[in-house]
Design a protein around this ligand. Sequence first.
Ligand code: SF4
Length: 320
Amino acid sequence: MNEKANYRTQRAARQLIESWQRSGVTHLKRVVPVPQQATQPSASHQPVVQQPISQKPVTVVESETVVPTAVMSEPQVKEMNHAVNQGTLLQQIEVSATEVSSSEEVNEIDDPRKEMSVPRTTKSKLTKGDRQAELEIIAEQVSQCQKCPELASTRTQTVFGVGNPRAKIMFIGEAPGADEDKQGEPFVGRAGKLMDKIIEACQIKRSDIYIANILRCRPPGNRNPSDVEAANCRGFLDAQIEIVDPDYIVCWGSVSAKNLLHSEMPIGKMRGRFYEYGRTKVLCTYHPSYLLRNPSAKKDVWEDMIFLFKDMGITLKAQK
Ligand code: SF4
């Protein structure tokens, strides 16, 4: 099989696995390859869904044929059958569903609420001092980081994160801009000033919350972070989330929401509800930079803040 066909087959296999994941399949116990001539689907050969995914089912797939035409075109089926004959398909689909869900290439989830597989955690018992000390260790590692050669060579400094190491609320933005790169702190430019107003309107202080970004280095020209850069920096973000262990995360903007929740949904559609991330509730809303360009969306963000604080038992005063 040539490289292109191999890629298409791998993609088809991934689509197959995704379709099983959507159906609640998290584990393939035994898969018997497709006989050479079998190309039509059969109801009896579809994955057996025994429980909703939220109950973490272990679903057994035992089938003589695996031909998921519901998610594959005819050429893809042919290529898949060819792969079966070559003995390569099983290698592709006998990958754990968990490994696949973390892959960048299968990041096409419509609704992350159905697909989130972050394990539930218990609330951290670390003291504020312990958390601060742990954050400082990570910040030191970040300051030396060279994982993204372009960013590491163009940054003025890394922008780790600031705020209360035991904050109930964590804000996650996109990446440092020019002002943040200069000052070493997230959300300090024009968008940051607007963020401060939002924080003030919520009757809290900036020092009450913890603020971080998907990236810790400024992408040149304020371009969006690439998938590779976001993946490179993910370990640092995860460490910050784990140490601060907030009850709530607010993803500001689509880059933040997309990368944290592995979602391709537009940010406008993700607003107005919580997503689970471990034990943390995640709310997604518009980035302050977007609000600077589209002031009419401020009321939407305010609605989101009301929604967030209401869940904490706090009623925010109406804004003019
Ligand atoms: S963006 Fe993150 S991973 Fe990339 S060089 Fe900076 S600190 Fe390292």
